[in-house]
Design a protein around this ligand. Structure first.
Ligand SMILES: [Ca+2]
Ligand SMILES: [Ca+2]
Ligand SMILES: [Ca+2]
Length: 343
């Protein structure tokens, strides 16, 4: 005859089950529009679940946007991609971010040591199921916690270094292709000139800056106000023929060093972003983030398509010579943390 288990043990098992059931994370598939919904002050409101799952196309290669190199100074290494849905009815997008030294934001948060951070980057850069290396234009599924920051709801680790808070990115379709950038004019995102030179915010997210947040946009026929500001990790301003201006954030792609700023009338393709850290009324801090430039002279963007069929032609002028060699030697033995030496 089977011996009955001690009632005390059964009670403990039941309590443990109840605790894990009560405290298990809730997670839901959401679209970007729901995830990015905000109140009248621009503060994100989504809090239905602990974690979310979103799908979309990766808009940028992260190491052109933020420097992943581990460091003990400030926030240290950082990693970020923007994800835009391919559903034409889902008019939003979401940033996915990870940093190294979370104690930079609050002393109680932990930091990653360099080895652990490198592994974290590798986990974010490669599909866990196939070991495929992600690239801009891939369609992926992202599962993670989230946190409101500067006017957006970002998927992130909630600034926790415990592995339980990892963001998981999985491949849905490699080389899906970047979304076609939405063409905007500056009068759609600015209120005016001079004393009225402010962003047109658009609280309901159907128009103005909010409508384009975290999405790929194109602004045609503008010029760069002051090319002296041209450098990696810098800001330039663009201006249209009516006089409207807008901030363009230059990423850390090496094209901003290798090539001069384009001159005359140009088009700009980049990711529409908002950075308003600590905002209470989050109706400012808008920019177009161009993460790299390929030197084409007409469109401020990186098309990612080198012509010439000459490996080592670093400045894409279809000629392999000492100019390429100089650029090459300046970076000799450099490596990109989180992309090389991943297990
Ligand atoms: Ca916003
Ligand atoms: Ca982690
Ligand atoms: Ca060359």
């Amino acid at each position: 005859m089977k011996k009955m288990k001690n009632p005390l043990i059964l009670a403990i098992i039941f309590v443990c089950w109840l605790c894990s059931a009560l405290y298990a994370d809730t997670v839901a598939d959401v679209n970007h529009t729901l995830l990015q919904a905000n109140d009248q002050y621009g503060v994100p409101v989504y809090d239905d679940t602990d974690k979310v799952i979103v799908e979309g196309i990766i808009l940028n290669n992260p190491e052109y946007m933020l420097d992943p190199t581990p460091s003990s100074s400030g926030i240290g290494g950082q990693w970020q991609v923007f994800i835009q849905p391919d559903d034409p009815c889902d008019l939003a997008g979401t940033a996915v971010w990870m940093g190294q030294n979370y104690s930079f934001y609050y002393f109680m948060f932990g930091d990653y040591n360099d080895v652990k951070f490198n592994q974290q980057l590798c986990d974010m850069n490669y599909d866990p199921n196939t070991s495929y290396r992600f690239n801009a234009g891939d369609k992926v599924k992202v599962t993670g916690y989230y946190k409101s920051f500067g006017g957006k709801l970002n998927i992130n680790e909630k600034h926790q270094v415990n592995d339980d808070y990892d963001v998981v990115i999985e491949l849905i379709e490699p080389a899906s292709g970047l979304p076609k950038p939405e063409v905007i004019t500056l009068d759609m995102i600015k209120n005016g000139f001079g004393d009225n030179d402010f962003a047109f915010y658009g609280a309901d997210r159907t128009q103005g800056c909010e409508r384009y947040q975290a999405r790929l946009v194109r602004v045609n026929d503008v010029n760069i106000v002051d090319a002296n500001d041209w450098a990696p990790d810098s800001y330039i301003q663009i201006k249209d023929s009516a006089g409207y201006t807008f901030n363009v954030k230059l990423g850390i792609g090496n094209g901003f060093e290798i090539f001069d700023a384009p001159t005359g009338q140009i088009d700009v393709i980049g990711i529409f972003n908002q950075e308003a850290p600590g905002c209470d009324v989050c109706d400012y801090g808008y920019e177009i983030w161009v993460t790299n430039y390929d030197g084409n002279g007409l469109v401020l963007t990186d098309r990612g398509q080198q012509r010439g069929n000459l490996p080592g032609d670093v400045n894409f002028d279809a000629k392999l010579d000492f100019v390429d060699f100089a650029i090459f030697t300046q970076r000799w033995l450099n490596s990109v943390t989180g992309l090389c030496d991943c297990q």
